[in-house]
Design a protein around this ligand. Structure first.
Ligand code: CP
Length: 314
């Protein structure tokens, strides 16, 4: 693995999940592996879990970590050949080039803008980091994917499944704001790469990009989709086709105890942060069915497994 930006960078998904499980069982057993190695984490958007879990993971491996929070509006020019007489004070060529000289491994978070689908789906910022830093790059959530989250999600499923091929349902839920498709895209991509059957339930018009869902069953009746589910992954996403459109009026898509009763004692999953009583009813979040805190905990070991693999390439 040279970089970690999607499931396509990973050789064997199940091996990586198994490594993350080993790290979870003995977090400090590899603490000499990263001695003398540095990790720089750059956030163009806010974060609680990704920032702290990746730091925690690096410390477990004995690495030095530096975090730069650029979510306050640090403007980078991304295009070549422009006259830089606007708001951007620095070009990504210099910024990424400098970062590559300061750190052994780099992580970057930059969400989708949700205005220009082509630009978002071409992953301009991530691609420039890959081109310009000369160092292994970890996606801390890009415009279209959140692979560290997805790896943690697969670890959570692996540790809770009672049968080899559980029924996994990814369901859209309402939200007052337009959110990117990254978590849902990535979850679908990883679940399918792991060979699990996947049902995706969404209102008409909220289908994800086809390149992420090939092989999944698309459903438009949420109740039918939930019937017999072992894992219910809840997430809002804005529309891919009418790009950035949201639909907070679909309040009947919130996950409630009545809907969980349709499942086969299904477990609730969500990447967090979650809006209580909008996306998921609090009675479900606070129930024994909820895995959301364990998913967040597993972010440490997902990141640790990825850092370990990338350290081996240095
Ligand atoms: N799930 C997740 O990525 O959380 P943060 O946005 O807090 O990092």
């Amino acid at each position: 693995m040279k970089h970690f930006t999607s499931v396509h960078d990973v050789g064997d998904v199940h091996e990586l999940v198994a490594l993350a499980a080993q790290m979870k069982a003995q977090p400090r057993a590899w603490e000499s592996v990263g001695k003398g190695r540095s990790l720089g984490l750059f956030f163009f958007n806010s974060s609680l879990r990704t920032r702290l879990s990746t730091q925690r993971a690096a410390l477990n491996l004995g690495m030095e970590v530096t975090v730069m929070d650029a979510s306050g509006g640090w403007q980078l020019e991304l295009e070549d050949g422009v006259v830089m007489d606007g708001n951007a004070a620095e070009h990504i060529r210099e910024a990424a080039g400098v970062l590559g000289r300061y750190f052994d491994l780099l992580g970057v978070r930059m969400f989708a803008g949700l205005h220009d689908r082509q630009a978002d789906y071409e992953e301009h910022v991530l691609r420039r980091f890959l081109e310009l830093t000369g160092k292994p790059v970890i996606s801390l959530e890009s415009a279209t994917r959140h692979p560290l989250q997805s790896l943690a999600d697969l670890l959570t499923i692996a540790q809770h499944k009672a049968i080899a091929l559980p029924k996994i349902v990814l369901t859209w839920a309402p939200h007052p704001r337009a959110l990117p498709q990254a978590v849902a895209n990535s979850f679908a991509e990883w679940v399918l790469a792991a060979g699990y059957p996947l049902t995706i339930a969404q209102p008409e018009g909220f289908e994800l990009a086809p390149q992420f869902t090939e092989g999944a069953t698309l459903a438009y009746d949420q109740g039918e989709a939930l019937r017999g589910a072992h894992f219910v992954y809840v997430k809002n996403w804005s529309a891919y086709h009418k790009y950035g459109l949201t639909a907070p009026q679909h309040t009947d898509w919130m996950i409630t105890p009545e809907k969980m009763a349709l499942t086969a004692n299904g477990k609730l999953m969500h990447c967090l942060p979650v809006r209580r009583n909008v996306v998921v009813h609090e009675a479900v979040l606070d129930s024994a069915a909820s895995l959301v805190l364990e998913q967040a905990e597993n972010r440490i070991y997902a990141a640790q497994a990825v850092l370990y693999q990338l350290l081996k390439t240095l």
